[in-house]
Unconditional design. Structure first.
Length: 185
């Protein structure tokens, strides 16, 4: 996997969670692994964001267990006693959007450009995360004090660059069109 892609994603996870919790949430990165494509997710709720650019297709997911999204929420919203299930689902999608928005900025500084889709939430036990790129899925666990969550990243470098036509990218060699709606980041 391109380090220009994965390193900003991993850095952004720590940066966004540190900023969102005023540095009170301790986060440790675990050992990465290649996840088989149809393996069931470790989490109960996942935020997934697809990306397309002139040189590649990518997808990133943050997959949270109930314990991890609750732990993050308690640090982000101290003083709240109860947390609505819909609020937790929305937070998972918003954290995905924030992380990828920050990573996108870092990638652009290094010459890697993408248009982002809107984040998609996949909810429920035993779900499969729908990555939209054909490449190995790198899964990295992040350990919190009482729980853990996972970040997955996929980057497919294209052999024939895509050309931009507004909100979509087209490859002249294969006729592939990936239509995206840019995220407001």
């Amino acid at each position: 996997m391109e380090t220009l892609f994965i390193n900003p994603v991993l850095h952004s996870v720590k940066h966004v969670l540190s900023q969102s919790t005023q540095g009170k949430l301790e986060i440790k990165t675990g050992k990465p692994r290649v996840r088989p494509p149809f393996e069931v997710s470790e989490g109960i709720i996942s935020g997934v964001l697809s990306m397309s650019g002139p040189d590649g297709l990518a997808s990133t997911a943050l997959s949270f267990s109930n314990a991890s999204i609750l732990e993050i929420t308690r640090f982000m919203m101290p003083g709240m006693d109860t947390y609505d299930e819909h609020m937790l689902h929305d937070l998972a999608g918003e954290l995905t959007n924030m992380v990828i928005g920050d990573a996108k900025r870092q990638m652009e500084d290094k010459g890697l450009h993408f248009q982002l889709s809107l984040p998609v939430r996949v909810i429920g036990p035993q779900h499969i995360i729908p990555h939209r790129a054909n490449a190995p899925i790198i899964q990295v666990p992040f350990h919190l004090s009482d729980s853990m969550f996972y970040v997955e990243a996929v980057y497919q470098k294209l052999t024939t660059p895509l050309t931009s036509t507004g909100d979509s990218w087209t490859s002249n060699a294969s006729g592939i069109t990936a239509t995206t709606t840019p995220s407001p980041t």
